[in-house]
Design a protein around this ligand. Sequence first.
Ligand code: NDP
Length: 234
Amino acid sequence: MTHWTLVTGANRGLGLEFVRQLLADGARVVATCRHPGKATALNNLAAEHPGHLKVLPLDVGDARSRDELVREWPLAAGDDARIGVLINNAGVLHSGERFGTLTADTLDDSLRTNVTGPLLLTQALAPLLVDGARVANLSSQLGSIANTARFGTPSYAISKAAQNMATVQLAHALRERGIVVVALHPGWVQTDMGGAQASEVPEDSVAGLRKVIDGLGPDDSGRFLDWTGATLPW
Ligand code: NDP
């Protein structure tokens, strides 16, 4: 049996597409989301793939929720709770921010969800990650300091830049165990976050991201890549 793949924010958007594609390939998936009771698409998939999909609650920004997942997952898993791939996908973008009226609220929420969440979740799940596991942190080119040429979505951009540093820190912390940690930009994708005008569809973005994740080697740990495998500047 292959080890489990855990996906956060799996009820819609790219997270849901990851779950769909992984199940289609026969993988075993732990799909986490804030409100499993309302996650109709996930629950339908769980009925279609008995034994291969577990749906568990997780608000990545909430310490108690993270603790509960780490406690509950081994009980829900049954025989073997070890995780081979962790996809830190959940993220938030507060649009409409203007310089002059910025407040702490959107900045705090972005940091909690996009930085603290994936960093502390990975730390908490580290004992369950197999040696040689892969951790994919869904980042954004908007978090690239080198590519930032104008003011825009500051809370999101700042949080993704900080998340990139968290990726590099995790890469160093887990290197001894052969665990590869990367920051991945999915492209501009048609989801609730990306909007209908986005250039990519979730199917292609996730297929590309999965190919990148599958091809990762030890030397890739701590890198910032896009869905085509190209390296992005920090
Ligand atoms: P969506 O807005 O479509 O979906 C976001 C997902 O994250 C939802 O499942 C949402 O759950 C979940 N989420 C948000 N906050 C939390 C939280 N506190 N705890 C648990 N889950 C949470 O976004 P995408 O699918 O487009 O984005 C996925 C990732 O890709 C994000 O990290 C994003 O930053 C990144 N990305 C996306 C791009 C795009 O063009 N789409 C471009 C660059 C990066 P809920 O339904 O409960 O809100």
